[in-house]
Ligand binder design. Structure first.
Ligand code: HPA
Length: 177
């Protein structure tokens, strides 16, 4: 609903951000992962029901995360010396964090990070023809065969620490738009 309201208000580009558990062994806590694609594991699909006239009944999803915006973010991060990683975001409902077996499964299915948000909003934005760019802050790690407990407090601390760097990239992208 908020995305459709923003569409009606005329937005052309959407920036999304979230916190996630990293499953890619190259990732570290506090990394900024530029989202290149997603895997939708939410049990409900936001486009179910009568089709909204903002887009087709069966939307193509090949470039859900705008390549030009990703390239621009890469350039800005390089210029500013900010470490970024790239990856596929797996969207799940939660509210449980994953079991070690689930982290392993999502990684083997092609995910680099897993979190409990963003995917439904991005699907609706894409259906509205809104260009989307997203950054996921890696707040904990769910690496195969290395189970580490995670708490909401740890997630909040890691997200708060990394957030200024993410904002710096997004602010510069807006400045250059
Ligand atoms: N799993 C799911 N959602 C999350 C995680 C996680 O490990 N970290 C932050 N949000």
């Amino acid at each position: 609903f908020p995305i459709r309201v923003m569409y009606e208000l005329g937005i052309k580009t959407l920036f999304v951000s979230n916190a996630s558990g990293g499953m890619n062994p190259e990732f570290k806590i506090g990394d900024l992962m530029i989202i290149t694609d997603h895997i939708n594991f939410f049990p409900e699909h936001p486009l179910r029901g009568k089709n909204f006239p903002t887009g087709p009944r069966f939307p193509d999803m090949h470039e859900t995360y705008d390549h030009a915006l990703i390239n621009q973010a890469n350039e800005i991060a390089k210029e500013k010396g900010i470490r970024v990683v790239h990856g596929v975001y797996v969207g799940v409902q939660g509210p449980t964090f994953e079991t070690p077996a689930e982290y392993k499964m999502y990684h083997r299915l092609g995910g680099d990070a897993v979190g409990m948000s963003t995917v439904p909003e991005v699907i609706v934005a894409h259906h509205c023809g809104i260009r989307t760019f997203g950054i996921s802050i890696i707040t904990d790690l769910g690496l195969e065969d290395n189970p580490v407990e995670v708490s909401h407090e740890e997630v909040q601390v890691a997200a708060n620490n990394a957030q200024p760097l993410m904002t710096e990239i997004m602010r510069e992208m807006i400045r250059r738009a």
